[in-house]
Design a binder for this molecule. Structure first.
Ligand SMILES: N[C@@H](CCC(=O)N[C@@H](CS)C(=O)NCC(=O)O)C(=O)O
Length: 315
């Protein structure tokens, strides 16, 4: 069997099995801690404007969704944003885009510093997105699915916009659809790309395209996943779709067809792209350089392809 990109996260059958999210702290107005204090007995950090810093990579779909939701909710002043270099070196994500190579607020060079300060025994991958407490430089959470749900629900007192991304009457159906989209599409493209067994790849590929066919059908008669209103489910699907033709189709072998060959999904993704918070947070150059440049088992030479032509996203 071929060498896996992430040995620790590969099953004996060659499937990619994503590591669990190590840090699961939550920021909420329900915390009984005073401002400036750490989490209360139930692990709840106090809600404070300007205290927490979201770290993202422009390349990463999981981090991208947090940045979109933060913007849609108008939380930019409440939660500051730090950006890592799309190319990791052997020490992982680094702040080499910042002057002096350090995050200007946290003062660290590598994201791993915050992880190890919080858990000196941490041995997993150091991932984005992550919410960091600027007072202690401790990681609050890298639990990206909970993070965006909390932005919509627990951060309401600091939000300056109310896009209603999680309409309560739709929640049960949204949760089911978001789970299907996670398994087959968001994580499905990684299960294709990081599979090191033919069967594991075939299964992930078939689930990915069956789910995309289903979504194509759904979107043939409605503008967004839940009608005329953008919800968090759209944010979650968008961050994978916008990377599809640029990287997943080729680099992760998700190549039955391009997104641009699925008319409803293509119309839908470009519609979202045109909305504030979506297209203006996409950086195709960093996306391509990250994927093609950092997965040595998949693309040993690190060559970043010139194509495809992405101009249709904006035309
Ligand atoms: N936190 C999640 C997902 C987030 C994630 O995988 N982010 C990627 C970027 S898209 C990352 O930070 N990878 C770092 C690495 O692979 O070393 C996980 O632990 O699997």
């Amino acid at each position: 069997m071929a060498q896996a990109q992430f040995q620790q996260e590969t099953s004996p059958r060659g499937e990619f099995v994503r590591q669990p999210n190590r840090f699961t702290g939550r920021v909420t107005a329900k915390s009984t801690s005073a401002p400036g204090e750490g989490p209360d007995e139930q692990g709840r950090w106090p809600l404070e404007s300007g205290r927490y810093r979201l770290i993202w990579s422009r390349a990463c779909p999981w981090a991208h969704r947090a940045v979109i939701v933060r913007k849609l909710l108008g939380l930019e002043d409440a939660i500051s944003l730090g950006t890592v270099d799309p190319i990791r070196d052997e020490r992982g994500w680094r702040f080499s885009l910042d002057p002096g190579g350090r995050d200007p607020v946290l003062g660290i060079e590598f994201l791993a510093e915050a992880y190890l300060l919080t858990d000196p025994e941490y041995q997993g991958r150091v991932t984005v997105p992550v919410l960091v407490d600027t007072l202690t430089r401790q990681v609050v959470t890298n639990d990206y699915p909970q993070l965006t749900l909390d932005l919509s629900t627990e951060w309401t007192p600091l939000a300056t916009k109310d896009p209603n991304l999680l309409p309560s009457e739709l929640r049960p159906e949204m949760d089911r659809l978001m789970q299907d989209i996670y398994e087959d599409v968001n994580n499905g493209v990684y299960r294709c790309g990081f599979a090191v067994g033919q069967e594991a790849y075939d299964e992930a590929y078939s689930r990915l395209f069956s789910r995309l066919d289903q979504l194509e059908q759904r979107l043939s008669h409605q503008r967004y996943l839940f009608g005329d209103h953008v919800t968090e489910a759209d944010v979650r699907l968008f961050t994978t779709l916008v990377r599809f033709d640029a990287v997943y189709h080729n680099h992760f072998k998700c190549n039955r067809n391009k997104l641009s060959e699925m008319p409803s999904l293509w119309r839908y993704a470009r519609d979202l792209y045109s909305l504030p918070g979506f297209g203006d947070t996409v950086d195709f150059d960093q996306i391509k350089r990250h994927y093609y440049g950092t997965h040595a088992q998949i693309n040993p030479g690190g060559i970043v392809p010139q194509g495809p032509d992405l101009s249709a996203w904006t035309s």
